[in-house]
Design a protein around this ligand. Structure first.
Ligand code: AMP
Ligand code: MG
Length: 306
């Protein structure tokens, strides 16, 4: 998944800890083989390879779960989160390798746009099968799979009787019970304060997930403008808002996907989405007229450890 997974846990002894952690990492590895779009022979790519041929592909429970959740989030965010952005993401990656990247010509974006749109994904819940209606579609789970894998790794640890653990999938973090004698896991979030000054705040979390998404660190610079690896599915181009979004939810798959979605929606609609959805809390840092600002949902403060 292009990131480093880390696990912190409390166990009765070294051997119990190591055995459980090894199984949890193995689970992540197995999921990577299914969900990655970098691995040519991943199950995900085998589904994409059949796009437009009007056939159904029966898929494994993890792939079915992630695609189903991704469609739910796409509908709730008006397509801001859309796993069919694969062709745009590949274009972005090509630009990222250029010594002097240029914006793609409109003709290319128009052509790719014919293979975009979550409405072109069909799922059959009985047979656990997926069909992609348009040719050239490429699914990309980069905005949701890390959170899901973290959830699954935590479940493995819990199956081994470990209650108090943290799984970090490169910034998508899922935690179980608090460390012994503590109220929660302390997770440091780099952001801005309400006045726009860079600062770190600490979240105190138990049995929760937190994901951070943003276009501050991964971007292609063209004519002085930064185009993030998070794509606006409506334009095919990377976001330029330089935002930093943190979302807290009950599980990693939800926090991860909504953090990416809120990045696309921007501060106004993004905050509205967070406020309207009682299962989500979050904070959005962004730049406006050269100034850095931050807004947060009204219940976000209750997670902050002062
Ligand atoms: P994240 O770091 O969780 O915000 O996810 C970013 C990754 O999600 C990108 O590297 C792409 O693989 C994928 N992605 C980019 N734009 C979108 C989008 N609008 N909807 C869903 N996934 C996206
Ligand atoms: Mg995400």
């Amino acid at each position: 998944m292009g990131t480093l997974f880390r696990i912190a846990l409390y166990a009765s002894g070294d051997s119990a800890a190591n055995a459980a952690a090894a199984k949890a990492f193995q689970r992540v590895e197995d999921l990577n083989n299914i969900l990655s779009d970098y691995k040519e022979d991943s199950e995900l790519n085998r589904v994409s390879d059949r796009s437009g041929d009007s056939g159904w592909t029966t898929v494994s429970p993890p792939l079915f779960r992630v695609i189903t959740k991704a469609l739910e989030v796409a509908k709730k965010t008006d397509g801001a989160f859309d796993i069919t952005v694969g062709p745009y993401v590949r274009l972005w990656r090509r630009m990222n390798r250029e010594p002097e990247p240029q914006l793609p010509p409109k003709k290319i974006l128009d052509k790719l746009s014919q293979s975009i749109g979550y409405q072109n994904i069909r799922i059959d819940s009985i047979r656990k099968a997926v069909a992609l209606l348009k040719p050239g579609m490429q699914l990309d789970l980069g905005g949701i799979a890390k959170g899901y894998a973290a959830d699954e790794a935590l479940k493995v640890l819990q199956d081994y009787g470990i209650r108090s653990a943290l799984v970090d999938a490169g910034g998508d973090i899922v935690v179980g019970d608090a460390p012994p004698g503590k109220k929660g896991w302390r997770v440091a979030i780099r952001s801005y304060n309400k006045k726009g000054k860079a600062r770190t705040h600490i979240l105190l979390l138990a049995n929760r997930a937190v994901a951070t998404s943003g276009d501050l660190f991964r971007y292609v610079e063209i004519d002085g403008k930064r185009y993030s690896h998070i794509i606006n599915p409506k334009t095919g181009l990377g976001l330029t808002g330089q935002s930093m979004v943190t979302v807290i939810a009950a599980d990693g798959i939800t926090a991860d996907s909504y953090a990416s979605a809120v990045s696309v929606l921007g501060p106004e609609s993004g905050l509205r989405l967070l406020e309207e959805n009682p299962d989500l809390s979050g904070s959005i840092g962004f730049r406006e007229n050269g100034e850095t600002k931050r807004v947060a949902s009204s219940d976000y403060e209750k997670f902050i450890d002062e």
